[in-house]
Ligand binder design. Structure first.
Ligand code: NCD
Length: 353
């Protein structure tokens, strides 16, 4: 693995190694205090973040490395109209690894074409968020002992929730997972995710109600309705507050079920659930730091490329997704990939037809 853009970039073996290292770090943090000594992480956050930004920063500091970057693009040259390509080329001259979060889908992949050092996708619009998945899988493995043979309920905004898309991609690498996709119909998983699940033989049931399926679940993964991604404010108004997990609803859940959430929470988990032994979302955030330490210990120590491969410049964007990075950065090559036999944009996964 050279970059982490999409969980599909990791083989199951690479994930097992990453998790094993995270386990060693948790059990004996002292043995990793110099793992990134002398290394520098660039942190480019074009979108708000608390956990992801802080956990990456503290991960690097705990490995003996240092961090620079911005959490507000208006303080960088982006505000003067610099392209993503130029920013990345330059930043990759200063740093050993780049961690970036953007509102544009496919932006981390675009950056990886031009970077001399590994790029980590810390969230690209409503598309993917693979390092949250490393936190999620670490949590499940530590607390349930395994990820295979589980019933997993994903609840909330499955259309715009990038953590859900990445988690589904990752769970394709495990055995016998049954999915309950719990969402309002208009916030169901995007077509490319559904095609991925069908192509990989991942059994799933789509439902709109949470209560009826709770008793069957080993993991309930709650998500926020992603207000900032709605083009139509009325669609948000219709769907906000649609799921609220309460103590009463939890009464029918298995005693060992995990209640997870990538956070931030708005109102989808009542505060009184926090004291239930099944609520693990704050631990999940802490596991995320260890998972990111494990990732950085590998990526920040990779050799820097002297030259990046030549990229054939596109002339006009072929992708019609208005949030795709190719729409705002038109020099990008028109890369295509297949999802479930359909031609899709290789940056944002949207179907090209
Ligand atoms: C998530 C994100 O940014 O996608 N948060 C996180 O990284 N922990 C979830 C969200 O914002 O709802």
């Amino acid at each position: 693995m050279r970059h982490l853009i999409d969980f599909g970039d990791l083989t199951r073996r690479e994930w097992d190694e990453l998790y094993a290292r995270a386990g060693k770090i948790m059990d004996d943090p002292g043995s990793y205090i110099d793992a990134c000594r002398g290394k520098v992480m660039a942190s480019l956050f074009y979108e708000p973040s608390t956990r992801t930004n802080f956990s990456f920063q503290t991960a690097m500091l705990r490995l003996g490395g240092t961090v620079f970057g911005f959490a507000d693009p208006s303080s960088s040259s982006v505000a003067k109209g610099e392209t993503l390509k130029d920013t990345v080329k330059m930043v990759s001259g200063y740093a050993d690894v780049i961690v970036m979060r953007t509102p544009w889908e496919g932006a981390a992949k675009a950056a990886s074409l031009y970077s001399h050092v590994p790029v980590v996708n810390a969230g690209d619009g409503g598309h993917m968020h693979p390092t949250q998945t490393t936190a999620d899988l670490t949590t499940i493995t530590r607390l349930l002992g395994k990820v295979d043979h589980l019933s997993v309920g994903l609840c909330g905004d499955l259309k715009n929730g990038r953590t859900v898309h990445s988690l589904i991609k990752a769970l394709a690498k495990f055995e016998d997972i049954r999915f309950f996709l719990i969402s309002p119909r208009e916030l169901a998983v995007p077509e490319y995710v559904r095609a991925f699940m069908q192509e990989n033989g991942m059994p799933f049931t789509e439902v709109t109600g949470l209560e009826a399926v709770i008793p069957q679940l080993d993991v309930l993964y709650m998500t926020r309705i992603q207000r900032e991604r709605f083009v139509d404010p009325l669609e948000y108004e219709r769907n906000k507050g649609v799921y609220v997990l309460t103590r009463r609803k939890l009464e029918r859940a298995k005693d060992k079920m995990l209640v997870m959430h990538p956070l931030p929470r708005v109102d989808e988990i009542a505060v009184d659930v926090d004291d239930d032994h099944r609520a693990v979302y704050f631990e999940q955030a802490r596991y995320g730091m260890f998972a990111r330490m494990s990732l950085l210990a590998d990526l920040a120590n990779q050799p820097r490329l002297d030259r990046t491969p030549a990229v054939e410049i596109g002339t006009k964007p072929v992708c019609r997704n208005p949030r795709c990075i190719t729409r705002t950065q038109p020099y990008l090559p028109p890369l295509v990939k297949k999802n479930g036999g359909v031609d899709c944009c290789a940056f944002c996964d949207a179907a090209l037809t």
